[in-house]
Design a protein around this ligand. Structure first.
Ligand code: SF4
Length: 367
């Protein structure tokens, strides 16, 4: 069954004001959402929509597209119209694209105050346009593009500098009565991220978008993000997350979904439980686990599939799962809900697991 965190396991969710990113609520009592960014040139509409479809299938709730040029701003209406999930326009250098994104029907706009020229002068106009369209704005402060005034004051992108930058920009919007805001303060160091978000959580009630920026390659970045998000979410801090990895957006979304399901904040779809292997190993467990994971990719039912490498602990572990295999001597003993159902040659293990998974989900009427 899907695992859900109990109040005893995680601190109560911090109370934040809720905003609507298109049809997706963020903050308040809304579930924690996963988002990512496309990597295609935004102006390449077909490629961008294809990537949006792929991340949506992987579990993405909200997509962000970069708008670095006029060509990108011009195609926003076509992307918004055909995207299955809300589209956020990410705007760095040109305030006029903010207005174009709002006119295009984008669900939200992300601005980086450190990068938008004469941004402060435009806030009244942006507030008015965003209010009229019901579009929230994300203040996205990034260590790499911190306001030079704050860099001079703090010497580097400290948690205090990131927080001051974000709250300063929020105050400028607040002066115009605009509070449909969401905040991110990103840094590549997870400890700085944790400190900064804890401070923000103390000082405002805006929903928070968690991110460790430039986190690195798939392994390093996933671990850094999981550590930072895990600690913050366990303290009730965080309303939406983005895992930034030097890999495809689909992998980023999968990592985000795994982090949430590990914390019980999102139902588990499918879980592969595989042993690490040891001197008792009687099969190439790394290859087998990878093959099983690939074969079950996209399997829609919340099964736990055990892949065990020998007959010592294998049968016991495999019995704990919905289905499983305990391998050894060129064979695989297949278990379904605690019962051995058959033994197959090693070359047929993956196929047999899939067959049993389908039978099981059909028999139990899983949806
Ligand atoms: Fe070692 Fe067997 Fe346990 Fe795998 S299941 S770690 S091979 S004892």
């Amino acid at each position: 069954p899907p695992v859900t965190a109990t109040p005893q396991q995680l601190a109560p969710r911090r109370r934040t004001r809720q905003i609507l990113v298109g049809s997706v609520p963020v903050g308040g009592d809304a579930r924690v959402t996963v988002q990512t960014m496309t990597t295609t040139p935004t102006a390449d509409v077909d490629a961008t929509l294809q990537q949006i479809a792929e991340v949506t299938a992987a579990g993405c709730d909200i997509i962000r597209v970069a708008v670095p040029s006029q060509d990108d701003a011009d195609v926003l209406p076509r992307i918004v119209e055909r995207s299955p999930i809300p589209v956020i326009a990410d705007i760095h250098f040109q305030p006029r694209y903010v207005f174009q994104a709002i006119d295009a029907g984008c669900a939200a706009v992300r601005v980086n105050p450190g990068n938008i020229k004469r941004f402060d002068d435009k806030i009244a106009e942006i507030s008015a346009a965003a209010t009229a369209a019901g579009v929230p704005i994300r203040i996205g402060v990034n260590a790499g593009s911190l306001d030079p005034r704050l860099l001079a004051k703090y010497g580097k992108a400290t948690p205090e500098a990131l927080v001051e930058s974000a709250l300063w920009e929020c105050s400028l919007f607040e002066e115009h009565g605009f509070q449909s805001l969401k905040i991110a303060v990103k840094h590549h160091d997870p400890l700085t991220v944790i400190d900064a978000y804890r401070q923000l959580a103390q000082r405002c009630d805006y929903p928070l978008h968690l991110g460790v920026t430039e986190a690195g390659t798939a392994m390093q970045g996933s671990i850094k993000s999981a550590v930072a998000f895990g600690i913050l979410l366990s303290e009730g801090i965080g309303d939406t997350i983005r895992v930034s990895l030097s890999t495809s957006p689909v992998e980023q979304v999968k990592a985000g979904c795994h982090i949430l399901s590990s914390l019980g904040l999102r139902p588990r779809k499918l879980e592969i439980v595989s042993c690490p292997g040891c001197g008792r190993l009687q099969v190439d467990i790394h290859r087998l686990a990878t093959q099983v994971e690939a074969a079950f990719d996209g399997f829609p039912h919340p099964l736990r599939v055990a892949v065990m490498g020998c007959v010592v602990n294998g049968p016991g572990e495999a019995r704990e799962a919905d289905i499983g295999v305990s391998s050894g001597n060129g064979k695989g003993q297949i278990f379904v809900q605690g019962r051995t159902v058959r033994t197959v040659p090693e070359s047929r293990i993956v196929e047999a697991l899939l067959e049993e998974a389908l039978k099981l989900t059909q028999a139990t009427g899983a949806e």
